[in-house]
Design a protein around this ligand. Structure first.
Ligand SMILES: C[C@H](O)[C@H](O)[C@H]1CNC2=NC(N)=NC(=O)C2=N1
Length: 115
């Protein structure tokens, strides 16, 4: 079951936007699945598990298409049976609401693609 955050728009950060503070991002983190954690107050991290490399590659491509559609791109680490994702906003040098929306969209893709 993905978070309602997945229904929010992915908006680019304002020019002068500052990264979210831990108090500010706490509420968004609570709305995401437990797979996600914030690292160094800078980015979101999660690892998705798959049966094999081919399934992990297919999910990687799904995330890539989402990122291109929304023009908001994660770092993706593809390995056998696993896809590691790091998500932050380059323009603010840290976390923005859109990172949490993208994380929820990735969870929705994963839920839809099965285990
Ligand atoms: C150069 C390009 O416009 C920028 O990288 C865009 C597109 N993708 C992006 N992705 C992420 N994660 N953060 C950004 O600030 C961002 N901005």
């Amino acid at each position: 079951m993905s978070s309602p955050l997945a229904d929010e728009p992915v908006e680019s950060a304002d020019e002068e936007a500052e990264p979210l503070t831990d108090d500010e991002y706490a509420e968004y983190l609570d709305e995401l699945g437990s797979a996600w954690e914030v690292v160094d107050d800078h980015h979101l991290e999660a690892t998705y598990e798959f049966d094999d490399f081919a399934d992990a590659l297919a999910f990687t491509n799904e995330i890539g298409e989402l990122a291109e559609e929304e023009w908001h791109h994660p770092d993706i680490h593809l390995s056998w049976g696993e896809v590691g994702v790091e998500m932050w906003s380059h323009e603010v040098g840290g976390l923005h609401e859109s990172d949490f929306v993208m994380a929820a969209r990735m969870d929705r893709l994963y839920d839809g693609s099965g285990d």
